[in-house]
Design a protein around this ligand. Structure first.
Ligand SMILES: *Cc1c(COP(=O)(O)O)cnc(C)c1O
Length: 466
């Protein structure tokens, strides 16, 4: 390393005098141009330390480098990416991609005014909860329904309305943490209710619930064990039994389903989740579930159940702080319509289409991606059968066999390769399985294959030239 080179790095003020860089100041701003130059000069020092030559600061190439840095600084923080993990409902990657019909509904609702709280027949004030109520009742068999901004809010609203200063009975096998510090015991405490745990981790009997009931009990709460499964020597009462126990003692039976599905996925050989309709028919008084998990819609929390109870929820002032926005509501209504004839939800709704994709389809898709990679890049690729999962606290313990492309780039470790994929544009999020980077095709749209090919071509050329 030649330390005299460091002294040849010009001052920022000096660089700002150059016409092409001065033009940046007009196109962006002075402070951003200074930030970009400062960052680039830092990079130049690193380059000198690793033995690279000094760039020509007066060249067009250097000015281009400044403009590229400025453009990068203005890029949106939130951006689309390619999910190659195979995890269909990935909370960190935004859960459910929406169906085209839902996107159209968002666009037309966002662009102008709507009748969100206005009754067109009478010209009077209306309720935002009316737009999806009939659809939700029809699809779940419930008497009434209300929608809030997510399922955590739905559970909170139910407990705050019905269990304040009262006791809530929960099985020890269902005291769940959903993530993001949403823990059932804490939520109960936070809403001024008292948790009464019954049974054991693996076995809870109807009589455990029965013996715990006191005159202060208000709610029997069941929760879906979304992100784990207790298997082996286990027992819990049927929902019907809990429903009659609740009715005998004038209690409310609430079930937090979390990922509640409207479509019976077991018909496609996927898991054994009950549908929302089944749980309503088995006697749950109130059910809570997310809009952006197995339903495949926008972020929201849905509460379906008894009319008198939903009416009470509507009187809770907390509801105002949890209300669903018009864009999510528009997307939810459009998504729910796709569950009705003539539509086939498993075709129209991306989450369901990805989950119900057949192994043959996935294999064909993987072969197609592999062919593109083999003909257009230097990477070593191989189609492999792999195990995936639904994710997002849906279908716990249910493995989803899939196909992926195993990827090896000369001169790059799997760790470096996965980093390089993540830094591509658009970013590609993959995972490492069996020591190799795998692109699971379940969650990659075929229309995005060219991005994947281009990114891997770039990465493998770059790694070979190093
Ligand atoms: C995911 C989940 C929630 C939280 O749902 P959000 O819509 O993310 O707020 C609550 N309960 C259960 C059982 C869940 O699986």
């Amino acid at each position: 390393m030649d330390s005299s080179l460091f002294r040849k790095i010009p001052q920022i003020e000096q660089l700002m005098q150059q016409p092409e860089i001065a033009a940046c100041e007009l196109a962006w701003s002075r402070s951003e141009t200074i930030d970009a130059l400062r960052a680039i000069l830092g990079e130049v020092r690193d380059e000198l330390r690793s033995g690279e030559p000094l760039p020509d600061f007066a060249s067009a190439a250097f000015a281009e480098r400044v403009r590229t840095a400025l453009e990068k600084m203005r890029e949106p923080s939130l951006k689309p990416l390619i999910n190659a993990t195979g995890i269909v409902i990935h909370t960190n990657l935004g859960r459910a991609p929406l169906a085209p019909a839902a996107l159209d509904a968002i666009k037309s609702t966002a662009a102008g005014y709507t009748n969100i709280e206005y009754t067109l027949e009478t010209g009077k004030r209306g309720s935002r909860y009316d737009h999806t109520r009939d659809l939700l009742c029809e699809l779940t068999g419930a008497e009434d329904a209300i929608v809030v901004n997510n399922c955590a809010a739905a559970v909170t609203l139910c407990l705050a309305t019905f269990a304040k200063d009262k006791e809530v009975i929960v099985s020890r096998g269902e005291l769940i943490e959903i993530g993001g510090s949403f823990r059932v015991p804490d939520i109960i405490a936070q809403n001024g209710a008292v948790l009464k745990e019954v049974g054991t981790t693996n076995k809870t009997k109807l009589s455990d619930y029965e013996q715990a009931i006191s005159e202060n009990t208000a709610v029997l709460l069941k929760t879906h064990t979304s992100n784990y499964k207790i298997i082996g020597f286990t027992a819990k009462p049927a929902l019907q039994e809990l429903a009659s126990l609740a009715e005998d003692h004038d209690l409310i039976l609430i079930e937090d389903l979390g990922s509640g599905t409207l479509l019976d996925l077991s018909e496609y050989g996927i898991g054994d989740e009950p549908t929302v309709k089944q749980r309503i028919s088995e006697g749950a008084h109130l059910l809570t579930f997310s809009g952006d998990k197995l339903l495949g819609g926008p972020q929201c929390g849905i509460i379906t159940g008894r009319k008198d109870l939903i009416a009470q929820l509507k009187t809770n002032p907390l509801l105002r702080a949890m209300r669903i926005d018009k864009l999510s509501l528009a997307a939810l209504e459009a998504t729910l319509r796709l569950y009705k004839p003539p539509f086939a939800p498993e075709q129209e709704i991306p989450v369901l289409r990805m989950l119900t994709a057949t192994l043959e389809d996935l294999e064909q898709k993987a072969v197609k991606l592999q062919n593109m990679l083999a003909s257009q890049t230097q990477a070593n690729t191989k189609v492999d059968r792999i195990e995936g999962e639904a994710g997002g606290g849906s279908l716990p313990g249910t493995s989803l066999p899939s196909f992926g492309v195993r990827l090896v780039c000369a001169a790059l470790t799997p760790g470096h390769l996965i980093d390089a994929l993540r830094r591509s544009r658009p970013p590609i999020i993959a995972r490492i399985t069996g020591g190799d980077v795998i692109l699971d095709v379940r969650t990659i749209s075929e229309t995005d294959f060219h991005y994947v090919t281009d990114a891997i071509d770039d990465i493998s050329q770059h790694s070979l030239s190093q």
